[in-house]
Design a binder for this molecule. Structure first.
Ligand code: UGA
Length: 437
């Protein structure tokens, strides 16, 4: 099939590429000419394992193309995806202006001659956005144009996006139109995954409800971790014990510094705003946010208690990305933590396997901070090591080397990556989350 993907951000680029990989012909459209130039040269604007190779092989095979022209995209694709940003507004509600603009642009490029088009919302949007997209296209398109609107939310995780896209847990298609639905089913035929067909509003809600539930699991285990700390219990064991119940599951029960990234913080805020706008305020999610925000403060207090003051202390910071396997630092708890320690006068030697460049460009870390690719090098003369991102490299670190290099071997593990007993045997004074000190 011919597919058009409007927006080459994280979701657009990765999902467009994976549609090409399974045999469809895909045109990716972006209004940013520099981005399209980069992609045409084979340069990938994001770090995502496996993506660069996949883009190259599909471009070489003639299945993946890039353009700045929406008109070209609308003529090309039987199915036209909208995958543009839906950023938060200051009150937490979603800014839908990019979606509205793309809907208008698509409408203006449609003609009765090019035939039926399916317009699919891939971006994370509030419930009832599909209705607005349909109204907008109808209003701006010439008479006689035929189209259907579909909601097809994306559930990929950064860092394993290619695998998530090629082998999804489920595919959700929200459609109120049989013709659009059968084209969508054909599009997803090459994928081996259960397909759930719903109405448009339910599909839109599934995305916000799923992300909110995952964030809820994280805040839940973080709250349990705090009870564990107060009672000398071990949150890792508690997570294992409750996770063995199939109804609960072990995934997303890793206690730590809380969730960050470009999705959860924004989507939880959005779902709260949506529920309030619908007259059904979702107080539980406010508590999820509160627990998440407090988690970093509690950790900072833990460091402060041991170090007494931050001023003039040299701290090695392992981790800048919001999680492992990505260079993304948006809403990263590691960055927030670094800012707070810098504000209190600490000097930081920071490392991250992929996110040093993005952290520097992000520009929020000012003051006494140096960056190094060499994780052990950051430890030389350090008063403390703070682990803020769950990279496997940090989990597998050489503990004796850590102890040898530091001025005082104090380790604050915000992701529970190290084994407390091993850390102690290596001579480290070790603090983590929800585990007996
Ligand atoms: C998340 C969802 O997992 C995807 O299904 C969804 O498609 C995506 O948002 C989106 O809406 O686009 P992502 O933001 O890439 O994906 O990252 P996650 O792997 O979900 O991690 C989010 C945050 O939670 C990270 O900061 C991570 O460190 C934290 N986390 C995760 C925990 O603190 N504990 C856990 O047990 C799991």
């Amino acid at each position: 099939m011919n597919i058009t993907m409007i927006g080459t951000g994280y979701v657009g680029l990765t999902s467009g590429t994976c549609f090409a990989e399974v045999g469809h012909h895909v045109t990716c459209v972006d209004i940013n000419p520099e981005k399209i130039d980069m992609l045409l040269k084979g340069e990938i604007p994001i770090y995502e394992p496996g993506l660069a190779d996949l883009v190259k092989s599909n471009v070489d095979a003639g299945r993946l193309k890039f353009t700045t022209s929406t008109e070209e995209g609308v003529k090309f694709g039987d199915v036209i995806f909208i995958a543009v940003p839906t950023p938060p507004q200051p009150d937490g509600s979603v800014d839908l202006s990019f979606i509205e603009r793309v809907a208008r642009e698509i409408a203006e490029c449609l003609t009765p001659e090019i035939g039926y088009r399916v317009i699919v919302d891939k971006s994370t949007v509030p419930v009832k956005t599909g209705e607005k997209v349909a109204q907008t296209v109808r209003r701006y398109a010439p008479d006689g144009v035929e189209f259907g609107v579909v909601s097809n939310p994306e559930f990929l995780r950064e860092g394993c996006a290619v695998d998530d896209l090629l082998h999804p847990d489920r595919i959700v298609i929200g459609s109120n139109d049989d013709k659009a639905l059968s084209l969508m089913q054909k599009l997803y035929e090459p994928f081996v995954a259960p397909v759930l067909v719903t109405d448009i509003n339910s599909a839109e809600l599934i995305k916000h409800a799923a992300n909110s539930f995952l964030a809820l699991k994280i805040s839940y285990i973080n709250a349990v971790a705090n009870v564990c700390e107060a009672s000398n219990a071990d949150v890792e064991k508690v997570a294992e014990g409750i996770g063995m119940d199939k109804r609960i599951g072990r995934a997303f029960l890793n206690a730590g510094l809380g969730y960050g990234g470009s999705c959860f913080p924004k989507d939880i805020k959005a779902f709260i705003a949506i529920s309030e706008a619908l007259g059904q305020p979702f107080g539980l999610l406010k508590e999820v946010e509160r627990i998440n925000a407090e988690q970093m403060d509690r950790f900072l207090n833990k460091i402060r208690e041991k170090l007494w003051v931050f001023r003039d202390k040299k701290i090695a910071l392992w981790g800048l990305a919001f999680k492992q396997n990505t260079d993304d630092v948006r809403e990263s708890v590691a960055i927030k933590l670094a800012k707070r320690m810098l504000e209190e006068g600490a000097s930081l030697a920071a490392t991250d396997p992929e996110a040093i460049g993005t952290a520097k460009r992000f520009g929020e870390l000012t003051g006494e901070i140096t960056f190094s690719e060499d994780m052990y090098g950051t430890l030389d003369g350090a008063d403390a090591l703070v682990i803020a991102t769950e990279w496997p490299q940090f989990a597998n670190a050489d503990l004796t080397e850590i102890a040898k290099r530091m001025r005082t071997p104090l380790v604050f593990d915000g992701r529970n990556l190290l084994d407390p007993e091993d850390a102690k045997s290596a001579g480290l004074e070790y603090e983590s989350i929800g585990r007996a000190a």
